[in-house]
Design a protein around this ligand. Structure first.
Ligand code: BGC
Length: 420
């Protein structure tokens, strides 16, 4: 056996080199992937772990966007019963690492050259004080507008809207034809998902970065932000009145089943269309949310690894981390999840047109400086800032009596210096 493969055995639970069951252990994994498309993606991962004899234990907490999962995780870690891995993203990785509960993956990362196969913006988020503590599995694009092709055709909408003027003209036609123009769910993270796409489309990526990522006071209090709130509120008139509490995937079903024309959502929605047997470009379309085709809001799912006692458990955890970064997993998982591989240089030939566009745009926007982190999906702000922003925006969406001016001043209040 070569020196390289011996080293790999160390973290791959020796399953690559010895009989699988000999070194097998259990991994308990916290995630919130419970919708049809998400569940199919997790099955890929479970299967790959099982092939090496490891046992997978689901620690599933339902609730899109993962807010519920994070609350439950906190309770578990506080009583000293952390899972092996948890789907934790963005700055929250740093917050967990600061508590000294995460394990270092640096030996594996340097041997497997993660720095070379990951975009820097992603690698940086996975590290705490320069050391890897989390493993990224994908890149989701958030600024998408999904559409049901048949509904658009019946409503006489010939082209996908590129601006908000075109969008509202199309939405009027869809409404007049008897459909719900915009399918929208009823949770604050879904409101913010729409809102950030509107801010990006109305103000552009530099403005988005200033206002929502840097929380710059002048940007938060600007005409662009005022206009963004106005456009956001205007969209509400095109939603139905049963959205309260509705999950994102039930909302996507409205587009899949031809009840609604559009949905603003990240490309985990594509996982639902695919799981329902639909084909992009035929049954449904993916296009950038109005005004955002030259920009990209990214959302990277990643697994932070917790410190574990017990050698078998550590080996199974090591194998999971190794697997997640592997080419085979990155392809199979992302083909179902709706996202694209985060690993650079992956062949995209098996992926559909939406994924190919996403991959091309990820590279192009990264070069042009118009690649921005999704705030709604935990890529930019501390957990507490994010929660406050979400509440303010959601209150504005849900309460028509709240004025734009009142909401602007509440947003300004969030702009205290960023917590580290
Ligand atoms: C996650 C996705 C997930 C979606 C819906 C996003 O924040 O990154 O993986 O599918 O929420 O729960």
């Amino acid at each position: 056996m070569s020196f390289q493969s011996s080293l790999r055995c160390l973290w791959a639970g020796a399953a690559l080199c010895a009989g699988a069951s000999l070194w097998a252990g259990e991994v308990e994994v916290l995630h919130y992937w419970t919708s049809g498309g998400e569940a199919k993606s997790v099955v890929e991962l479970k299967g790959m772990m099982a092939q090496r004899g490891h046992t997978w234990r689901d620690f599933t907490v339902t609730g899109g966007g993962g807010q519920n999962a994070m609350a439950v995780l906190k309770q578990r870690v506080l009583v000293g019963n952390a899972p092996a891995a948890a789907n934790i993203k963005g700055p929250a990785i740093q917050e967990w690492a600061e508590l000294n509960v995460l394990t270092s993956l640096d030996a594996m990362a340097s041997f497997e050259r993660w720095d070379e196969v990951l975009p820097k913006v992603v690698a940086d988020q996975m590290k705490y004080k320069g050391r890897y503590v989390a493993v990224p599995v994908n890149v989701h694009r958030v600024n998408w507008l999904w559409a049901n092709s048949a509904v658009l055709k019946k409503a006489g909408v010939a082209a996908l809207p590129k601006t908000y003027d075109e969008f509202f003209a199309a939405a009027d036609k869809i409404k007049a034809a008897g459909f719900v123009a915009v399918a929208h769910g009823g949770q604050d993270w879904q409101d913010f998902t729409v809102f950030e796409s509107v801010v990006l489309g109305v103000g552009g990526p530099a403005f988005y970065d200033k206002a929502l990522v840097k929380l710059d006071r002048a940007a938060l209090n600007s005409d662009e932000m005022k206009k963004s709130l106005e456009v956001f509120r205007r969209i509400k008139a095109y939603t139905d009145d049963k959205s309260l509490g509705r999950d994102w995937n039930v909302t996507t079903e409205m587009v899949i089943n031809g009840k609604a024309g559009f949905q603003f959502m990240g490309d985990w929605a594509k996982g639902e269309f695919l799981a329902a047997g639909q084909t992009p470009g035929k049954d449904f379309t993916c296009s950038a949310a109005p005004g955002t085709d030259k920009a990209y809001t990214f959302n990277v799912d990643s697994f932070a690894m917790f410190q574990l006692k017990g050698w078998e458990a550590q080996k199974a955890q090591g194998y999971l981390a190794y697997l997640l970064m592997g080419k085979d997993f990155q392809e199979k998982f992302n083909l179902r999840k709706g996202s694209i591989p985060v690993r650079l240089g992956m062949p995209m030939d098996k992926f559909d047109e939406c994924a190919k566009t996403s991959s091309k745009d990820f590279v192009a926007t990264s070069a042009s400086g118009t690649l921005v982190p999704s705030v709604a999906h935990g890529m930019a702000l501390s957990s507490s800032q994010q929660a406050t922003m979400r509440t303010v925006v959601s209150e504005f969406w849900n309460n028509d009596k709240l004025t734009v001016a009142e909401t602007l001043s509440k947003l300004l209040a969030v702009s205290a210096p960023k917590q580290k």
